[in-house]
Design a binder for this molecule. Structure first.
Ligand code: PLP
Ligand code: COI
Length: 342
């Protein structure tokens, strides 16, 4: 079989491509079973399963890269493993042990090695772990059986513009999460709750919705598929909120920013501060660090122009380049974020 599949790597979108295998594990009779390998893209689900009725679905997103040295690197596996455990505990699902999660991630990447985009293509192999409640239940209560799957798909940039600034919109009539709700976990329902406003944003030429805190509608929360950060002088400012997903990319960028000598402020960020910042970006595994040119607070009738010349800001560019360099193995992994496969 060929070492790498033949694809137009520089132009692949962020989408689903069938690969060779996925890996699965079932929780039944109080324990996780062995890791199974399959080439089936299908799942046989009971019509009364809790994932279909009561939203017992959680997922993750992480990436694997091919380095210049030919080696495969997976970024921060343990952080994703820990986060999906928190998501599981958050909606009373069975947490997957960290070691088993690692084993599944490494296995699914190795089994689909020929789909890892070549070094220098700008693309990567996206890993999608997910867990669903499988038991048949009609009353509202958690399942006793769970299915955990990991599949992979080669992806290009999440936003079709790539590393070019895009506009985002604030729609005050929509929230994706509630105070003390599920925004802090990666549950499917949060994304269902973001679809209407997301669709409105896309139809109006925005890359994403920027959500405000759902309680007071004064502070910035995050974007639909990514966290938010701003650069002001020598400061990296990112919202602190109980209703946003703790982004592993954001944590990494904060560390890289600190290493670059920037000051980090993780605190509630008033929406009107947007008038005073130098740069802004959406950050996440899929988005990486996608610069924001403008924030339109639609119902409030306010527009915050951030990038006046339409180019990514210098600090966002540096942060983006450092992060990619660590992920690809071009820069020293001094914080121990990368698992290099043998
Ligand atoms: N916020 C939301 C709502 C997300 O879906 C994601 C994507 O995973 C992020 C933030 C970014 O998190 P991470 O950097 O861990 O991918
Ligand atoms: C990610 O960045 O991994 C995400 O999950 C965001 C989006 C694709 C839902």
């Amino acid at each position: 079989m060929e070492k790498t599949v033949n694809m137009d790597w520089a132009h692949i979108p962020f989408g689903y491509v069938k690969t060779d295998y996925n890996v699965r594990c079932t929780f039944k009779n109080g324990e996780w079973g062995p890791i199974e390998v399959t080439d089936s893209e299908r799942v046989d689900v009971h019509m009364a399963a809790t994932c279909l009725h009561y939203g017992q679905e959680i997922f993750e997103g992480q990436k694997a890269f091919r380095g210049k040295d030919g080696k495969i690197r997976i970024f921060r596996i343990n952080d994703n493993a820990e986060r999906i455990q928190r998501s599981a505990n958050g909606i009373l699902m069975q947490p997957m042990p960290i070691e088993k999660f690692r084993e599944m991630a490494i296995k699914v990447v190795k089994l689909n090695e020929r789909f890892i985009p070549p070094y220098g293509s700008g693309a990567s192999l996206y890993i999608r772990p997910l867990e669903i409640g499988m038991s048949a239940q009609v009353g509202v209560s958690p399942a006793t059986e769970y299915l955990f799957i990991m599949f992979v798909t080669p992806v290009g940039p999440y936003f079709k513009e790539g590393f070019k600034p895009t506009k985002v919109a604030i729609y005050r009539d929509y929230d994706r999460a509630a105070p003390c709700g599920t925004g802090r976990w990666k549950v499917g329902g949060n994304y269902a709750a973001s679809l209407t406003a997301g669709d409105l944003a896309h139809k109006n030429g925005y890359s994403a919705v920027l959500y405000l805190d759902p309680k007071e509608k004064k502070y910035i929360d995050e974007c639909g598929p990514a966290n938010f950060f701003a650069i002001k002088g020598n400061k990296y400012i990112t919202p602190k909120s109980g209703s946003i997903l703790p982004s592993i990319t954001n944590m990494s960028l904060q560390q890289i920013a600190k290493d670059m000598g920037l000051e980090i402020e993780c605190r509630p960020m008033h929406v009107e501060e947007l008038a005073e910042i130098d740069e802004a970006a959406e950050c996440g595994t899929a988005a990486v660090a996608a610069p924001i040119s403008e924030v339109d607070d639609v119902e409030a009738g306010k527009k915050y122009v951030i990038s006046k010349d339409g180019n990514p800001g210098p600090v966002t560019t540096k942060l983006y380049n450092h992060l990619r360099a660590i992920q690809l193995g071009d820069e020293e992994d001094k914080h121990g974020w990368v698992t290099v496969l043998d």
